[in-house]
Write a protein that binds this ligand. Sequence first.
Ligand SMILES: NCc1[nH]cc(CCC(=O)O)c1CC(=O)O
Length: 312
Amino acid sequence: MKPIRIGTRGSKLALYQANHVADLLSLQGLEYEIVTIDTKGDKILDVSISKIGSKGVFTEELEDQLKSGAIDIAVHSAKDLPSRLPDGFEIIAFTEREKVNDVIISHKKDLPDFTDSQSRLVFGTSSTRRVATLLHYYPHIKTTEVRGNLQTRISKMENGACDALLLAYAGVHRMGYDHMIIKELPLETFTPAVGQGSIAVEASDRLAPDLRKEITRVVHHPATGYCLEAERSFLKVLEGGCSIPVFALAQFSSDTKITLKGGIISLDGKKIISEQVSDSLEEARSIGQALAESVLAKGGDSILKEIRKHIK
Ligand SMILES: NCc1[nH]cc(CCC(=O)O)c1CC(=O)O
């Protein structure tokens, strides 16, 4: 059999993720080859992602390569995958999710407690969800947009752009910066983005069914898969890319039951709608839809309208 060609972006995080999938394949005796592809999202570092248009900014070029057959599978952070994939593409595996929390990292050892309203801190982030969350719970914190890969962001911080960075634990950990973590943020206030902490494998319909099945068997983590299905079906209704402060987290509340918590925050942080829905794991998709309907009905609708106006 020919080696499985794994397509990935060239950033250190993306390569880590591709290597993680490669390890899972090779543990089961499958051969692989890693193919690095430059994407628009990697090239445009000085423009905010919400301005480039978030939908698929990291995924389109990889999909072109899947379609042309240059690669067999594409590996992404599950969080970066749009809720709707273009026709002919499918996610065939989600890896076991790791810690889903956001964290604060800093080069300053004596950073004041950020929850203290007297602290005059500037946090670097490029996520509208994190900015809106801070505006809601900790309005005394100033934020500044810091873009680029993790190493770039850290050096911008060290050069004075901000006191600390607000990031996903998963990315910080994958890059080996655990030692810079000052605080792990609670899930109740900083509920993560849909998919945070899991890695997704995407394929096109030209992948041979047998190979597809084999890759799913080896890489897919079913429990994570159910949770992500619930979260992604929530996101699909809200049509939120990363330019909309939408958050959701599904967790198993028993062996067979999933609880999905999630909602939306207005860009100014003033309004937050947060709801939860539980049901059996077979209902993952409808749990997400039910949560979305409840969030929209309770005022998420008008928040979303306001945000869309603002983005246009
Ligand atoms: N939005 C960029 C992005 N996409 C995936 C991760 C980290 C890995 C993950 O969340 O699974 C990050 C960085 C971050 O949000 O801090």
